[in-house]
Design a protein around this ligand. Structure first.
Ligand code: NAD
Length: 313
């Protein structure tokens, strides 16, 4: 996805009277965000910009990042004690790398108020749901699994901007026991951030995103890593052009985040890789056989599919 120009919470002039999006009473009185990075920070800014939140508390792993978040007006307060942070919270958003989800859920579970709704932004859903079911016990009914399909290759609070989610999809994967009130609060918040809401099963989500997001990221990281392994790497990079840049922008993404996605969605990613590798093997065969018509046919089919299906953002 293309990086939009960052507009931070307090620096953007919004006329509360003229903005149709501004809520009269904040939708969320107290919002607690675990992981104030690109996604958590942008959600906080979007809620602030729409007047949808009273207070935003940030909990994080990096003190420096939390200080940046507070200085930029992304959060109002930094919390070091989860119990205190969660007191009277209306909504808790988990926006941490997937490998941290289980530990954060275990940390928050004993301190959740009876009305608190919990949601997440994780890029995979089956593993998050399984962890939430185990860690949250009875509170699992107030956990809304969600994935905003928006992002950039940048990380941390300084990368956050309020418009990140505008006109993008939010995938929600509620479970049979998920409370309708919890879903209503979470989807209302993301709608205010500008998102369209789509519901699907966690299994379908993980299969689809293994193909359209996880696989392309692996290809991008590997394309850079492969070139970087040649002894004349400096010279090779000197000659890269727009094509290489386009293919590899997302190789600037967080290695920790992508490690965790690979581990969390292992089976779906393996299936996607197998499909891709056999296709690549077929292309290799066409090159080896100098089969011009086959190569042209293959490329034309891909170009036509792209023109037909890939809608502008
Ligand atoms: P990020 O690196 O910008 O932010 C993650 C933040 O979590 C960091 O500030 C980090 O310090 C903090 N953190 C790490 N461990 C923590 C812990 N144990 N407790 C509290 N804070 C902790 O990453 P991001 O891009 O905002 O991604 C966050 C989540 O959103 C991930 O699960 C990712 O899969 C998902 N997601 C990312 C994108 C994207 O394009 N970046 C898009 C959709 C969903």
């Amino acid at each position: 996805m293309k990086t939009k120009r960052p507009v931070r919470g307090k620096s953007r002039a919004i006329n509360p009277r003229s903005s149709k999006l501004r809520a009269r009473k904040p939708l969320i009185g107290k919002l607690v965000i675990f992981g104030v990075g690109l996604i958590g920070g942008s959600f906080a800014l979007a809620m602030k910009q729409r007047g949808a939140v009273g207070q935003v508390i940030g909990v994080g792993r990096s003190r420096a990042n939390l200080l940046t978040a507070r200085r930029l007006g992304v959060i109002d307060e930094i919390a070091t004690d989860p119990a205190q942070a969660l007191r009277d919270a209306d909504l808790v958003l988990l926006a941490v790398p997937l490998g941290q989800t289980k530990a954060v859920l275990a940390q928050i579970a004993p301190h959740l108020a009876p009305h608190t709704v919990v949601t997440d932004a994780g890029s995979t859903k089956r593993d998050v749901i399984e962890a939430a079911r185990r860690q949250l016990g009875a509170t699992f009914t107030r956990f809304v699994p969600a994935h905003p399909i928006a992002g950039t290759e940048k990380s941390g609070a300084q990368a956050a901007f309020a418009e990140l989610f505008e006109q993008r999809n939010l995938i929600v994967t509620p479970q049979p026991e998920t409370s309708a009130r919890a879903v209503k609060l979470v989807t209302a918040a993301w709608k205010l951030a500008g998102m369209r809401i789509l519901t699907m099963s966690a299994l379908e989500h993980d299969r689809i995103f293994s193909l359209v997001s996880h696989l392309p990221h692996l290809l991008s990281f590997t394309a850079v890593g492969n070139i970087a392994g040649y002894p004349d790497v400096a010279e090779l990079f000197q000659h890269t052009g727009g094509g290489f840049r386009d293919l590899t922008r997302i190789a600037g993404s967080s290695p920790e985040m992508w490690r965790d996605i690979c581990l969390a969605n292992r089976d779906a990613i393996l299936a996607a890789l197998d499909g891709y590798l056999s296709d690549l093997e077929a292309v290799r065969g066409m090159v080896e056989a100098s089969d011009g018509p086959a190569l042209e046919g293959k490329f034309a089919a891909a170009r036509n599919a792209r023109a037909r299906w890939l809608k502008p953002l």
